[in-house]
Structures are given as C-alpha cells and as structure tokens.
Design a protein around this ligand. Structure first.
Ligand code: GLA
Length: 676
C-alpha cells in the first residue's frame, strides 16, 4: 500500500508555484487547507529552472517549497522534472531532440521531446533524478516519486536506428532468424548486414500512422520504442531507488494510449498512476473500463488517479465544463475502480501559454467563491472523513477480459481485412455488455493467471503468443468458460500466419475452422439467427464489421448467419472441452446480443449482478478483509433507485443504513459497506 505515511485517499494534484510570485503562495496554502488538499505534485516541468546550465544545479526554490508545503500539512509527490529538457541542452547537444516519423529533425520546443536513445539525455536525466533523490529522500513531506511525465511518442533518429539494430540482434540472434520472422523474401527485402536495416518511418515502410508494407519490422519497432522509453523510466527509477528505496516510484500513464505496452511498464513501476481526461461524450463505461485496465496492469493492485481536471480541459476540440456534481461523481468512479488517490491537474490555473484555459482548483479570479472550488472543497472534506477505510481494497470480479497492446499493434498494422476494425472498441462492446448488467469484470493481460476467473473473454485475439493457447486449453479443460471472436488465432507473435486453418492455435479448444473472413462495408449488416431460444437469446440479431465463415469441427452450432451467400453457416459456436466450454462469436454483434449472450454465460457460472438497477446506475465493489464496499454511481440528472438485496449496508458518506431499494441521487454516489 502506498498511503502508509498519509493513510487516506490522497487529495490534491499538480502544483506549479514557480509560475507565480511569492505573495500568491500564501494564498495557495490558505486555499489548500480550505479544500482539504493534502498532496501536491511538484517539479513536473522544472528541469530548466533547477539546472540552469550543464554544471549548475540550484535547488534553493525547491528546498523552500518542500519545507513550506510540509509546514502547511501538504505532502509531496515529487516529480523528477525530465518531461521537457532545457533549451540550453538542445542548443549544446542537438542529439537530445527527436526526429519525427517524416524524418524531420526537431528543434527545441514543446515537451515530451527528448530522444529516448540519446546518451546525453539519459545521462542528464539520471543525474538529475539521482540528485533529487539524494537531497529529498528523507524529507518528511515526500510520499511518492513521479518520473518525467506522460512518456510518449516515437523517435526516428540515427541514434534510435542504431539502438534498434542492437535490440534486434538481441531479440533474434542472427539475420537468418530475423529474415524469417519478418518474411523478408516478400518484396525482396532480405537483409545481409544489420546496418542495412532502417527504421520504419515515412521515409521507408510506413504512412498514415498505422499503414505499413512490413508488419514484422513495424511491430518490432513499436516493441523497441516502448522498450526505449521504458529504459528511460528505469534509468531514473533505478537511480532514485539507490537513495530512496522505500518511497514508491511511478510515472503517469494514459489509459489506452496506443504507443506503449503498459503491461511491460507495470512490471517496473511500484504503483500505477494515470491521467483521466474523458470528454463530455465519452461513455462512462469506457472510463470505467480504462480504470479497470489501469488496475489490471499490476494484477489488481490499487492505482493513483494522478490527474483529472476539476472542470475543463484545453486540448480537446470542445472543452466542455464538467457539469455540477460530475467532478465528484467521476472522482468516486475512479475510487470505486481502484484509485487510492484523487489528484488534479492543476491546483492553480496558469496565466500564460497553452494551458491557461485548462481547469484548476483555484481559478483565475483567485478566490474560493467559485463553483469549482466549492465542489473541490466539498469532496476534500468527504475524502477526509472516509479516512483509510477503502485503501487497498480489491476487486472481486469473476470475469476477466483480455487486452493486449502487441495484439492491438498487430491488428492496427494488419493491412486488411477492414479499416473499421477498432480493437479497443470491440473490447469495449463486451465490457459494456457486462457493465450495463452490473456484472464486474477485470481487464487483464495475456500473462495473467486465468484460473482467478470463471469466465475469460478475449475479443479479437488476432495474435496468439507462445504458450497462450496451451494456457487457454488448461483453463477450459479445468472448467473455465472461454470466449473469443472473429479474426482470432490468425498470427504468431511475429505477425506470421499460423497455417493449417484459422483460428490457428485456438482451433483445438474451439472445435471450429474459419475458412474465410468477409469485411462488411459501412451500413452493411448480416444477422445472427439463433437455432433455438437459449436463455436470454432468441430470434435474430444484427451483426456487422467482419464475418468469419466457419465450419464446426466438433463444436455445437448455436446460431447461424441469416443472409448473404454464407447464410446458414455458423455464427456462434460452443465447444465442450474437458470440464469447460469455449465459445466462438464469428462476427461483431449488436449490443442486445452481447447482453443476452454474456447474461447466459454468467448465469451458467452462477455469477450474479451486484444489484438490480436501471440504466444510468454504475455499480462496482471493492473488497477488503471480508468487507464489501458497494459503490452505486448515478450518471443521470434524475434520482434513481437500485435494489441492493436484503443485506443491510451502511453508506459511508452519510451514515445511513440501507437495504432493499436504495435511492441514488442525481449524479450522486453511495458507498455501501456490509460490515456489521
Ligand atoms: C496531461 C499532462 C499535464 C497537463 C494535462 C492537461 O495529462 O500530464 O501536464 O498538460 O495533460 O490536460
């Protein structure tokens, strides 16, 4: 647990007093107190201030700030400041700036702008992290280390190219193995010397973001870049740990951010933290799923909500305000799904540059008489009252949904069968079908122990990595229920097709053969026609996107296609395998089908909805020491009731006792403990 020193849900966020003069600081302190703020994330972009030149470090303002905050009762999440390098560094050592995908060498500017394979950048970043750790390791305000900021974006410089070759040598051992893995006899790409290999940029193999001529090289490049940026994180984190081994180290992730394999990253982070910036029209179940993914990165360990805006953002096309009550509601949504901190970007709104219209706890008017501040202060008070009750409480889900970054890269790069295939969206359809029925799910990686679950869903499992099929077989054999879909089991980890019939390595457990894959144009659809009524499913349902043309080879056919030349071919199958069952959904079904289908499977496994509630109520629980904390979140603008069953529970926020029908106020939250 990270919150030992301050045993409550930490409350606060990014604080940049360096952008202000001293008289303002006293006001900040006063207002932090009013708002119940107890943690400030500082120094996030202060590299240029702390290190004004190659040989000079000046920690005087940071010393003062740390002391001042501590005296005011504010703890510190201390950032290393390496999210943007100083101008002098770019000027003196041009190698620290990046080269973009079009091959353009960048000049100084922006942020998240350092070449991850620049030895100069790595040396300076590690040195700064080391100096900070040495200096502040015993400071009483320190509660966490925050390395850099939102690691992101790829680099296409010569330095990265050279490092890529080294990484490839390590991965493949020989050019023969590499040529094979990349299938380089296609379009005459055989490599005879490592030096012949270049990065897959728009000058070589790629265009339009995810279009490539060579999936093998493009996929490896993504692995390599994720690894390179992770190396940068590790260099700082390792250096910090030499001095400060007991304070948790993290960096702020970005949910489903495409470019980094966060499951790999999580192995090297003490605690996951992430920045949650949904827009007004982001489905709340998508945000819920993202929180669950962040929790899943470290096998269910609670995470830090490192950033969210109190009111609005500046970088979206339309920066709507969070409606009254929504900031509180979404904060509790994070807590409900595993967050042990609620932190904002930012505590005081800056006055210049591109984030001056970004929301903040303290707005430009400077006083506390604002809607936003009042809402922040009310939440601060509540979180204070909750104390440590929820800290470290875990999920109790019996359904796991698999998500894998390498699979996503491979699907995005695949060149066919459909540009409309969006892996994350397909995952969300399954997640949402459970969410709408108040059934909890964990988001898990391919390395997770499947035996923790009764049901494992792996939508569009296009890439099957070594050992995964065996793992699924063992899980199903022992009684588990496994579901996968169209366009699964097609390739191995190098994006080479597993020959002998789709879905390749998953064919045995599924008992089917997918002969062809049809892509439907936008607006086109087919139907899934149930052979006979089955629990919550009967009649026919719409499907679209992709349709696998499959043959049952041992599996039982539950539904067929309703039209086109493959009318009558199986659209849904189940294979009894050992003690368990493996389902294949051959196409992308409408929501109603998925709801009924998953309800049937949960009923079969005796997995009950947490509550009976109308649409608009989100329910999820955290469990600790045998006590269940049931969260009911009302995402609508009217009061709603949920049936929570006969057990009497106590609302942690009001002290009220509830059983049977519980009223959840408009945009309100109940946290119901079943502790006697
Ligand atoms: C990110 C960054 C912050 C800030 C916010 C604005 O999450 O980490 O520094 O720019 O976005 O939304």
């Amino acid at each position: 647990m990270i919150n030992d020193k301050l045993p409550k849900i930490w409350y606060g966020g990014d604080y940049n007093p360096e952008q202000w003069d001293a008289p303002v600081w006293a006001e900040d302190e006063r207002m932090f107190k009013l708002a119940g703020i107890d943690v400030a994330t500082i120094n996030v972009f202060s590299w240029a201030l702390i290190q004004p030149s190659e040989d000079t470090y000046d920690f005087s303002s940071l010393d003062e700030l740390m002391d001042r905050l501590y005296k005011n009762g504010t703890y510190v999440c201390l950032a290393t400041g390496t999210g943007a390098h100083p101008a002098w560094m770019a000027h003196r050592y041009p190698e620290v700036t990046r080269v973009d995908v079009k091959g353009r060498k960048r000049k100084f500017g922006g942020r998240h702008n350092s070449n991850p394979n620049s030895p100069v950048y790595r040396k300076f970043a590690a040195k700064l992290a080391g100096k900070l750790a040495e200096r502040y390791k015993d400071h009483p305000a320190l509660v966490a280390w925050h390395v850099s900021n939102e690691f992101s974006n790829y680099d296409y410089s010569d330095l990265s190219e050279a490092a890529f070759r080294v990484w490839l040598k390590d991965r493949y051992g020989s050019l023969d193995a590499l040529n094979k893995a990349w299938n380089t006899r296609f379009w005459g790409h055989t490599f005879y010397d490592w030096e012949e290999i270049v990065l897959p940029s728009e000058l070589s193999e790629e265009w339009d973001g995810n279009r490539t001529n060579f999936q093998g090289i493009s996929l490896d490049f993504r692995r390599f870049m994720s690894h390179s940026l992770l190396e940068c994180y590790k260099i700082e984190s390792d250096t910090i740990k030499e001095h400060s081994p007991n304070v948790p180290v993290t960096t702020n992730l970005m949910g489903f951010y495409d470019e980094l394999d966060y499951f790999e990253w999580a192995k090297h982070m003490d605690v996951i933290s992430w920045d949650n910036y949904p827009s007004l029209d982001t489905p709340v179940s998508f945000t819920a799923m993202t929180h669950d993914l962040m929790r899943g990165l470290k096998n269910g360990q609670p995470f830090m909500l490192m950033e969210q805006t109190p009111s609005q953002q500046n970088w979206q096309p339309y920066n709507s305000l969070k409606r009254p009550g929504v900031m509180r509601l979404w904060s509790y949504q994070a807590v409900a799904r595993g967050a042990d901190t609620v932190l904002f970007f930012q505590l005081r709104r800056s006055i210049g540059a591109c984030e001056k219209y970004h929301g903040a706890v303290i707005e430009h008017v400077g006083h506390e008489h604002t809607r936003v501040f009042r809402e922040c202060a009310e939440l601060g008070k509540e979180l204070g009252q909750l104390g440590d009750q929820l800290l470290d409480a875990r999920s109790a889900a019996k359904v796991g949904i698999i998500y894998d970054w390498e699979n996503r890269w491979a699907i995005n790069l695949s060149s066919g069968p459909s540009v409309a295939l969006d892996y994350v969206n397909e995952i969300h359809k399954y997640y949402d079908a459970l969410y709408q029925q108040n059934i909890e799910a964990d988001m898990i990686g391919v390395e997770e122990n499947l035996f923790k679950y009764e049901i494992v869903i792996a939508p569009v499992m296009y890439m099957v990595k070594p050992g995964f099929a065996e793992k699924v077989e063992a899980f199903v054999k022992a009684g588990g229920t496994f579901i996968t879909t169209y366009f699964s089991g097609i390739v191995n980890e190098n994006d080479l097709v597993t020959v002998g019939g789709y879905p390749g390595e998953l064919r045995n457990v599924l008992g089917i053969w997918a002969e062809e894959i049809d892509a439907l144009l936008p607006g086109m659809s087919n139907e899934i026609v149930m052979d006979k009524a089955w629990g919550n499913l009967s009649g026919s349902y719409k499907c679209d996107l992709l349709c696998d043309l499959i043959h049952a080879e041992g599996a039982e056919v539950l539904a067929e296609y309703g039209s086109d030349f493959y009318k009558g071919m199986p659209a849904l199958t189940v294979n009894n395998f050992g003690e368990g069952k493996a389902y294949y959904v051959a196409t992308s079904p409408e929501a109603g089908f998925l709801k009924g289908f998953l309800a049937n499977l949960c009923a079969d496994k005796n997995i009950q909805p947490l509550v009976t509630a109308p649409e608009g109520i989100e329910s999820v629980q955290r469990v600790k020491e045998g006590v269940s904390y049931l969260f009911l979140l009302n995402h609508t603008t009217g009061d709603l009731s949920a049936d929570i069953g006969a057990t009497e529970r106590m609302d942690l926020l009001t002290g009220n006792k509830v059983s049977g029908s519980a009223v959840v106020p408009a945009r309100g939250v109940l946290i119901l403990s079943d502790k006697n």
